[in-house]
Design a protein around this ligand. Structure first.
Ligand code: G6P
Ligand code: MN
Length: 439
């Protein structure tokens, strides 16, 4: 059977080890001869690389594992490139979260003003990698998780028009479906979603079981009376609260029978959510104190014991979803994935050029989105507003345009006043001066 070379960009990420665990578990469906880890930060990546070597040797001996720190040769034989870079690292995530909060607005990695600043950092780095991949391996499948995926997708659509092998993905709809599947006592793979929106800004409209019965009404009843987070998130209070907040959204917006993505909480309750956030200790601090520390310990344990046994390493939804997607491509499986893709009439009453997140069939020829139809006025209004924010953010970046930057922030529902937008923009410009400028 053919085997593949995979490059993981952002090899030093806390998500890399669980992703490689998934690759080991899926070695039959996604056979690899080489895994290359690429990162700009040897301090972070080298320990992950050492642990990955042990794990791969143990599970699929003979498969090459390499570490790489320059773009020149990283992609020479690449069949697949998984991208999960975090421009500026968790230190800049902390700024993205804390600066808006100082002005009384949501401080979040991908939503609102934080997501704006992160997008401005992320796009140039993602674009540089895509250019390097295309120079070295024109036909490689690039599967991108790098955030904020909505901004990255809008920008790469403009920078790499018609590149059908560049696929933008988010694991949140799937993590949500995992939670629902668990509550229903089913497997997520047996549920077929209907879903529409932009990244981190969408709604489930149906969730079909294998016989075609829509289980979303049952999910809604369950959510209204308090829901459970998926098992792998149970130890994480932030995610447990987020899934609980879903209940309120479902109760407040009952009409069409949809279920929103959890991220809508920031846009629909910006005041309440901002009041609830601690400006001195944000999610970035939690991730650095817990997940980063945990991964470091795990790497040390694995290297010291020469085995992953007893290390507590588990695969996660992040890795599982991207490997399922790769498998659907190489095995021509025609499975359905929720993907960020050009609208082109999939939702006729939204702009054709918008990068929407919808169910798509995935096979050896790539991604084919499924028709969704017109959406009701409330959702159309929210989405047009959010898409305008995304477009202006990309304009601000590509043209270095301060006027577009301010308008982007003002349009974002989490930035609740123009005065606040101006103050936030000043602070973001200062904090990001090593990454982007606007005039
Ligand atoms: C989900 C989203 C990602 C996001 C992540 C944040 O997986 O889909 O886009 O980056 O959550 O999780 P964290 O634990 O880092 O706050
Ligand atoms: Mn996401």
């Amino acid at each position: 059977m053919k085997s593949y070379q995979l490059v993981i960009c952002g090899g030093g990420s806390t998500y890399t080890l669980p992703m490689i665990k998934t690759l080991c578990d899926f070695r039959e469906v996604f056979p690899l001869w080489s895994i290359v880890l690429f990162d700009v930060d040897p301090d972070k990546q080298h320990m992950v690389y050492e642990a990955a070597k042990v794990m791969v040797e143990e599970a699929m001996g003979g498969v090459e594992v390499r570490e790489c720190y320059t773009l020149d040769a990283a992609f020479a034989d690449a069949d697949f490139v998984f991208m999960q870079i975090r421009a500026g690292g968790l230190r800049m995530r902390e700024q993205d979260e804390k600066i808006p909060l100082r002005h009384g607005c949501i401080g979040q990695e991908t939503c609102g003003a934080g997501g704006f600043a992160y997008g401005m950092r992320s796009v140039p780095q993602v674009a540089e990698i895509v250019r390097a991949v295309r120079a070295q391996s024109p036909r490689a499948w690039i599967i991108n998780y790098s955030n904020p995926a909505a901004i990255v997708a809008e920008a790469t659509k403009r920078l790499f028009p018609g590149d059908r092998r560049l696929i933008h993905l988010c694991d949140m709809p799937i993590a949500i479906m995992d939670a629902f599947a668990e509550s229903l006592g089913m497997k997520r793979q047996d549920l077929t979603p209907r879903y529409f929106g932009l990244n981190h800004f969408g709604w489930f409209t149906n969730l079909y079981d294998p016989r075609g019965k829509d289980l979303l009404p049952a999910i809604r009843t369950m959510l209204k009376s308090g829901s459970a987070a998926p098992e792998e998130l149970k130890g994480d209070a932030g995610w447990v609260e987020t899934f609980a907040q879903l209940g309120e959204m479902v109760r407040d917006f009952d009409g069409e029978g949809y279920v929103p993505n959890t991220y809508l909480q920031y846009y629909l309750y910006p005041e309440k959510m901002a009041a609830h956030m601690d400006p001195r200790y944000t999610r970035a601090n939690f991730v650095m104190d817990h997940r980063v520390a945990h991964v470091r310990q795990m790497c040390e344990y694995i290297v010291e014991h020469g085995s992953i046994r007893g290390s507590g390493l588990e695969k996660g939804v992040h890795g599982t979803y991207i490997v399922e997607l790769a498998s659907s491509i190489i095995r021509n499986e025609n499975r359905t994935f929720i993907i960020i893709t050009p609208n082109n009439g999939i939702i006729p009453n939204l702009p054709p050029e918008a990068m929407v997140e919808v169910p798509c069939l995935v096979n050896a020829n790539g991604v084919t989105p499924l028709h969704m139809g017109n959406i009701p006025t409330f959702y159309k209004g929210l989405l047009e507003n959010q898409y305008a924010y995304e477009c202006l953010t990309v304009d601000a970046l590509l043209n270095g345009d301060r006027d577009a930057a301010l308008k982007a922030l003002v349009l974002n529902r989490t930035v609740t006043d123009t005065g606040r937008a101006k103050g936030i923009l000043e602070d973001l410009i200062r904090a990001n001066r090593d990454y982007w400028q606007v005039k």
